[in-house]
Design a protein. Structure first.
Length: 196
């Protein structure tokens, strides 16, 4: 398995705390939010929502079928809300499929803050978003540890199987998770520890 770092136009940085600092840089558009642990989930929810666009499980997502009555899924959408005890960030993601059922290169990402006063809409390369999420999670786990991250954020959960999946998407390393029934722990750890 050959894993390679790459430049990515999407960047996310996490700064643990009861108000988790989340800094976004999406192709040069920079903004931040601080979801509060007292008001619900933090970055673990973002990871779960993104994972659900691929696995279509473990997080509420909606399937959008073609209008031709074929029941063929043409898109999957999901979302999450962050609250910082006074402001709310609404995040919505939608992944499209082409007519052959292959994943489109881009994800629609919509972010609203200030109770709808500020609205941002992005068309993001799905591998860039996965790369940024995986990189942010890897960096924070290497600095704080699994337990350290959970308790420094007052119970945010980064589910490791979801992180492995998103990291495999980002790095084109699907062979590691291809057999869902039995995976190689050593290869999973190599992927999990890989600096991006």
């Amino acid at each position: 398995m050959k894993l390679e770092k790459r430049d990515c136009g999407v960047k996310i940085e996490l700064e643990p705390g009861s108000f988790l600092g989340v800094d976004f840089d999406i192709y040069g558009d920079k903004f931040s939010f601080n979801p509060a642990s007292t008001m619900g989930g933090q970055f673990g929810n973002f990871l779960s929502a993104l994972y659900s666009l691929y696995a279509m499980e473990e997080w509420p997502c909606e399937h959008h079928t073609r209008d031709d009555g074929s029941h063929i899924i043409e898109a999957v959408s999901t979302g999450l809300d962050w609250d910082n005890e006074g402001d709310v960030m609404l995040i919505r993601m939608k992944k499209y499929f082409d007519y052959m059922g292959e994943i489109s290169e881009k994800i629609s990402l919509k972010i609203s803050t200030d109770y709808g006063k500020t609205f941002k809409k992005f068309s993001v390369y799905h591998k860039d978003l996965c790369y940024a999420v995986a990189k942010a999670c890897t960096e924070v786990l290497k600095e704080y540890g699994v337990f350290g991250y959970r308790y420094s954020t007052e119970y945010d959960d980064l589910k490791l199987h979801q992180l492995l999946y998103i990291k495999a998407v980002a790095l084109d390393a699907f062979e590691i998770i291809a057999d869902k029934e039995k995976t190689s722990f050593e290869k999973e750890m190599e992927l999990l520890l890989f600096d991006m």
